[in-house]
Design a protein around this ligand. Structure first.
Ligand SMILES: *Cc1c(COP(=O)(O)O)cnc(C)c1O
Length: 423
């Protein structure tokens, strides 16, 4: 096994899209099945134990509490509320911040819809700030320019596992007297440049245990905080605002049932024990590809690899230098057997009908009826360029990638780059 990822003779071969031999003909480990998931005897035993106990709900069992405590210890936070999904974890956070109907929450258009839907669910108005073209992460000055009297919070997304500029955003939030929520669904154990864990810089951090994330329980979520009031409100919101610690059957405010089951918690707790190795393995392999990609004119990757936990592997493309845009690269890489998704989500979050056509509650359009016309092309030019302008693509990434898997990906990228820049 060669360690020099730039030495493969296949790099000079004819592109598979032009009839040449593909670099790769077998599938890579996938987050969609066991090949790319570390699910084994620990998980089977944990779930089996719960079944044998007959205690499937967290109000009768102890697994969810134990999982929350373990996560709190790992993150060094005092409050952890488990819930049913990453989207619900974000809903808990928004509900904890308790916006008035019509208050504004600033976020990014380059994320999963789970970032923005909870804002609408709490009758607040999503406001979109633009992102940095080198990373796709929120641009602090753009966020600042969107703050109004009605701004209640900022939701920053640690996209692909990169650290969003949360230290700067926290300073901005403190200056304005608003809250910062960190969406860490793609960013377990991500570190900020000052060395802090993503999720602990803002007032609240939110995680997902969905199938494709670093660790999984099929679905599931976590909301963390060091603020006792926010932490308690988040927890209560997930349990009909029923304060079980007081033995009183009462409902203190509008909450829902977003409880995690004991089965999910037992499974997630077993997964948590593997998290550090998962991130280390993703980082070790990603660092090899970082060098290869950054050595190719016109291509670059996450600008702060040290702190990135590599949920996906982003590549930013300057078509003039790289010989083609991310759509061209996606096509040629696909033919080589290496899946590359240009633009990640197809269109910015604000161009989904739920926002652009205000499809919310009945036909009221509430609370975005008046602003839906601003959810239109041109709102966030950099976001739109990364998603639809051919300047970004994402590769699937995985903790189970072998050295050969990474070498094949590197070879395919170099081969396509060489062919497209040949003149
Ligand atoms: C996955 C994801 C969510 C939503 O999580 P679910 O568990 O799928 O509800 C939210 N934000 C980001 C950035 C995500 O990647």
């Amino acid at each position: 096994m060669t360690t020099d990822l730039t030495a493969d003779p296949r790099i000079a071969g004819e592109l598979a899209s032009a009839g040449g031999q593909p670099v790769r003909t077998t599938p890579f480990p996938s987050v969609g099945d066991l090949s790319g998931r570390r699910i084994g005897e620990e998980e089977i035993a944990a779930v089996t134990d719960v079944l044998r106990s007959g205690k499937l709900n967290c109000t009768v069992g102890t697994r969810t509490k134990e999982f929350e405590d373990a996560f709190g210890e790992l993150y060094g936070v005092s409050h952890v509320a488990a819930s049913s999904s990453g989207t619900s974890a974000l809903h808990l956070a928004v509900a904890a911040v308790n916006p008035n109907p019509g208050d504004e929450i600033i976020t990014t258009g380059l994320s999963d819809a789970g970032t923005v839907l909870p804002i609408l669910a709490q009758n607040a108005i999503p406001v979109f700030a633009d992102v940095d073209p080198a990373s796709g992460l929120l641009d602090v000055e753009s966020v600042r320019s969107k703050i109004t009297r009605r701004t209640k919070a900022i939701i920053a997304v640690h996209l692909y596992g990169q650290p969003a500029p949360v230290e700067e955003l926290r300073a901005l939030a403190d200056e304005k007297g608003i809250h910062l929520i960190e969406d860490c669904a793609q960013a377990y154990l991500t570190r900020t440049p000052s060395g802090r864990l993503a999720g602990t810089v803002g007032h609240l951090g939110c995680f997902s245990l969905q199938q494709s994330k670093h660790i999984t329980a099929g679905d599931g979520g976590l909301t963390i905080s060091n603020d006792p009031e926010l932490g308690r409100r988040a927890r209560l919101f997930a349990d009909k605002a029923w304060p079980r610690d007081t033995d009183e059957r009462t409902h203190l405010f509008l909450g829902l049932n977003y409880r995690m089951t004991e089965l999910q918690a037992a499974l997630a707790h077993a997964q948590l024990g593997k998290l550090e190795q998962v991130v280390e393995d993703r980082r070790r392999q990603a660092n090899k590809l970082v060098e290869v990609v950054n050595a190719l004119p016109g291509l670059s990757t996450a600008p702060y690899p040290e702190g990135t936990s590599w949920w996906l592997f982003p590549i930013f493309v300057d078509a003039a230098q790289a010989g083609g845009d991310s759509v061209a690269y996606g096509k040629h890489l696909g033919a080589e057997g290496v899946g590359a998704n240009p633009g990640y989500i197809g269109h910015p979050l604000y161009l989904n009908p739920v926002l652009s056509e205000a499809r919310t509650y009945g036909d009221s359009g509430y609370p975005i009826a008046e602003v839906a016309s601003t959810y239109a092309p041109g709102l966030c030019p950099v976001t739109e360029d990364l998603i639809g302008g051919g300047t970004m693509m994402v590769l699937g990434w995985n903790e189970n990638f072998t050295d050969e898997d990474v070498a094949d990906i590197a070879t395919a990228i170099q081969k396509v780059h060489r062919a497209l820049t040949a003149g």
